[in-house]
Ligand binder design. Structure first.
Ligand SMILES: NC(=O)C1=CN([C@@H]2O[C@H](COP(=O)(O)OP(=O)(O)OC[C@H]3O[C@@H](n4cnc5c(N)ncnc54)[C@H](OP(=O)(O)O)[C@@H]3O)[C@@H](O)[C@H]2O)C=CC1
Ligand SMILES: O=C(O)[C@@H]1CCC=N1
Length: 280
């Protein structure tokens, strides 16, 4: 991370699963914790966050928490649920400096919707991150609003790049990206759950089945982390002709698993499009 980026003051407003994962990734990449302020509504997760050496403000104790964090920040990450984003934009508008970059991590909330609830000309970035950022293995898609300069989007990209892959994309691709990489960690965990249950169904005890599934999906994920990795080729390397894996893959294909995964991803993207309309 460059010196200039490391010195940026960051505010995380609504620091639950996603904003918490982003800030852990940024800290892991070497950002100075003294330059980070996180807000929460209740104090449930405050102690955990304070252990990271960052500043923590609690909305239920200080109604000005989000505004105070915003006023001191160069970049503000909005990490509340989609339904709360426009109210949060309204709340912080008076505390923003004209060069403060507002980055939303919310699914479905468009740049246009945010811009309508922020001062005219405010730089706004729509992002779709994923939780593996917290272990330095995340993915994020970024789309810049009209008022964002090249330097500002590069700074946001640099902040994320210490903990994952960064893709700057047209906003029209955000819902599809969200359906693959935003929700995708849950699909990986779901596969591990299903594999563990299959082991239990074949008579393995629960702990052994869970350990086998967890370590296997994690190991496969580690191999896939190589940017040159080719999933289909790697699958074939495990699949001996007339062997055991082949029977499993043939059964998955016969039962339509690839089409089911495509249908699931399309349902996630369609839900994002519907939410965009509901919350605009
Ligand atoms: N989870 C994921 O994998 C991903 C999530 N996202 C997006 O991230 C956003 C947050 O989701 P997620 O992290 O899962 O949700 P969480 O519920 O874990 O986090 C939301 C946090 O915001 C806090 N909060 C709510 N309102 C306020 C407020 N007005 N001021 C300050 N803090 C507030 C909540 O505090 P309290 O608990 O005290 O109410 C909570 O800590 C969503 O918009 C989602 O679309 C995007 C990609 C992936
Ligand atoms: O489920 C959700 O709505 C969020 C967006 C992508 C992952 N989690």
């Amino acid at each position: 991370m460059s010196e200039a980026t490391n010195h940026l003051k960051l505010a995380f407003l609504g620091t639950g699963s996603m904003n918490g994962a982003i800030l852990r990734g940024i800290l892991g990449a070497g950002h100075d914790p003294k330059n980070i302020t996180a807000t929460l509504r209740s104090d449930n997760r405050a102690a955990q966050l304070r252990e990271l050496g960052i500043n923590v403000l609690i909305g239920n104790e200080d109604p000005e928490a989000n505004k105070k964090a915003t006023a001191a920040a160069d970049i503000v990450f909005l990490g509340v649920k989609p339904v709360g984003i426009t109210a949060l934009c309204d709340e912080i508008s008076s505390a923003l400096n004209e060069s403060t970059v507002v980055v939303s991590v919310a699914a479905a909330i468009t740049l246009r919707t945010m811009q309508e609830h922020l001062p005219a000309g405010q730089p706004v970035v729509r992002s779709m991150p994923n939780t593996p950022l917290m272990v330095g293995a995340g993915v994020v898609g970024l789309s810049a609003g009209e008022a964002v300069s090249d330097q500002q989007i590069e700074r946001v990209a640099e902040l994320f790049s210490g903990s994952g892959d960064v893709h700057v994309i047209d906003e029209s691709q955000q819902n599809a990206l969200s359906a693959i990489s935003g929700s995708g960690p849950a699909y990986g965990f779901y596969l591990a759950e299903a594999m563990a249950n299959a082991g239990i169904a074949m008579g393995l005890d629960e702990k052994l089945a869970t350990d086998l599934a967890r370590a296997t999906v994690a190991g496969a994920g580690k191999m896939l982390a190589d940017p040159e990795a080719k999933p289909a080729q790697m699958r074939r390397a495990v699949t001996s002709p007339k062997g055991t894996t082949e029977q499993a893959i043939l059964t998955f294909d016969e039962q339509g698993i690839p089409a089911i995964i495509e249908a699931g991803a399309k349902a996630a993207a369609a839900r994002a499009a519907a939410l965009s309309d509901e919350l605009s």
